[in-house]
Design a protein around this ligand. Structure first.
Ligand code: DAH
Length: 339
C-alpha cells in the first residue's frame, strides 16, 4: 500500500470515528437530521475524500475506493439506526405524555337515596303486594264528603272541627280540606270498581297539629281495604297477624282491642307485640260499616269487608330508632344518610 493510500485510509478512519461520535451525540431527531448533510451529504468531509481518488495510482484506486465506500456505509448504517432509536424514544415520550390511566377509578359522583319514609312506605307496599293487595291512591285535597260524610262522621264530630282540620279555601266553606286520613281512598276505590277488592293506599295526611317529637301537621298513613264474599272480623285478625310477621319478623305477634270508629262496626285498635314482650299501638281497624258500603254503591247484603289504617312515620321511628319526628323534615343530609 502506497503512503497516499495509507494517508487516505487514516483520514477516512478518523472522519468515520468523528461522524459516529456526532451521531451518538445527537440528542433528538431534529439534531440528527440537521447533521445529515455534514455526515453523509455531497459536501461532507468523508464524501469529499472521493475527490482525491483521481490523484492515486490506478492500481490503488479500487482499494481506496472500497475503503471509502465501506466507511460511508458504516456511517449511514449507524445514522439510520440512531434515527430509528431517537424516533422510537420520541414516540415513547409522546405516548407517555398522552397516556390515559384506564385503571384509575374516579370517585363516583354522590348519588342520593330515597327518604327513610319513602323506603318504609315501599317496604309496606311490598309486604301487602305479596299478600295479594294492589296499591291505590287518592287526592291529598279532599271533599268533606269523602273525608268525613261518606265515612259516617256525624256533623258535630270533633275531627271536623276547624281546630283539627285544615280546610281549603275552595267552594262553600268547610267543603274542601287537606285529608286528615287515608280512609277517603276507601270511598274512592269502592265507588270506582266492583268487589272483590284487596287494596292498600299509602299517602300524606294533614292535621292542625303543633310539631313536636311525635306529632307533625303533615304525616303519612297506609290504609287497607278488603271487600269480598263473607269477610268477617276473623279475616281481619288473620290479615293483621300475617302482615305483622311478614313485616316485623317471626318473633312478633298482634292483637285487636275493642275501639270505636264511625266507619267500622265492630272497630278495634291493633297492637304489635315485640319479642321483648312490650306492646306497641299501631293503628285502627274494623269491619266496614254497612252504611259505608251502601253509600259507596256496594250491596251490603251481598258483600262484606274490613279496613285498617296506621301511621307510617311512627313505624319508621320504631324500626330505625328515630327519636324525634321533626328530624324527618329538617333534611339534614347527615341525618338522612344513615338510612
Ligand atoms: N282513619 C283512622 C285514623 O286516621 C284510622 C283507621 C281506623 C283506619 C280504622 C281504618 C279503620 O281503615 O278501619 O285515625
Amino acid at each position: 500500500m502506497t503512503s497516499e493510500v495509507a494517508a487516505l485510509a487514516a483520514e477516512a478512519h478518523s472522519l468515520t470515528a468523528e461522524a459516529l461520535a456526532a451521531i451518538a451525540a445527537a440528542a433528538d431527531v431534529g439534531a440528527l437530521t440537521a447533521a445529515r448533510p455534514y455526515l453523509l451529504g455531497r459536501g461532507s468531509p468523508l464524501t469529499g475524500l472521493r475527490r482525491r481518488l483521481g490523484a492515486l495510482a490506478p492500481e490503488d484506486r479500487p482499494v481506496a475506493g472500497r475503503a471509502l465506500s465501506g466507511a460511508l456505509a458504516t456511517v449511514e448504517t449507524r445514522y439510520d439506526a440512531r434515527l430509528e432509536e431517537l424516533r422510537a424514544a420520541e414516540r415513547r415520550r409522546r405516548l407517555e405524555a398522552e397516556r390515559l390511566d384506564l385503571t384509575e377509578l374516579p370517585e363516583p359522583p354522590p348519588v342520593g337515596r330515597l327518604h327513610v319514609i319513602t323506603q318504609t312506605l315501599q317496604r309496606l307496599e311490598d309486604t301487602f303486594c305479596a299478600m295479594g293487595y294492589t296499591v291505590a291512591e287518592g287526592p291529598e285535597i279532599e271533599t268533606e264528603w269523602h273525608n268525613f260524610g261518606a265515612l259516617n262522621f256525624p256533623p258535630g264530630h270533633p275531627a271536623r272541627d276547624m281546630y283539627d282540620t285544615l280546610y281549603v279555601d275552595h267552594g262553600p266553606p268547610a267543603s274542601t280540606l287537606l285529608r286528615t286520613h287515608t280512609s277517603p281512598v276507601q270511598v274512592r276505590v269502592m265507588q270506582s270498581r266492583p268487589p272483590p277488592l284487596y287494596v292498600v293506599a299509602p299517602g300524606r295526611c294533614y292535621r292542625q297539629d303543633t310539631a313536636d317529637a311525635t306529632h307533625m301537621p303533615v304525616f303519612h298513613q297506609i290504609e287497607g281495604l278488603v271487600i269480598d264474599d263473607g269477610i268477617t272480623l276473623g279475616d281481619l285478625a288473620g290479615a293483621i297477624e300475617t302482615f305483622t310477621t311478614a313485616y316485623f319478623g317471626a318473633g312478633f305477634t298482634s292483637r285487636l282491642r275493642p275501639s270505636y270508629f264511625p266507619f267500622t262496626e265492630p272497630s278495634a285498635e291493633f297492637d304489635v307485640q315485640r319479642p321483648d314482650g312490650t306492646w306497641l299501638e299501631l293503628g285502627g281497624c274494623g269491619v266496614v260499616h254497612p252504611s259505608v258500603l251502601e253509600v259507596c254503591g256496594v250491596d251490603s247484603e251481598r258483600w262484606s269487608g274490613f279496613a285498617f289504617g296506621f301511621g307510617i312515620d311512627r313505624l319508621a321511628m320504631l324500626r330505625y330508632g328515630i327519636g324525634d319526628l321533626r328530624d324527618l323534615w329538617t333534611n339534614d343530609v347527615r341525618f338522612l344518610e344513615q338510612f
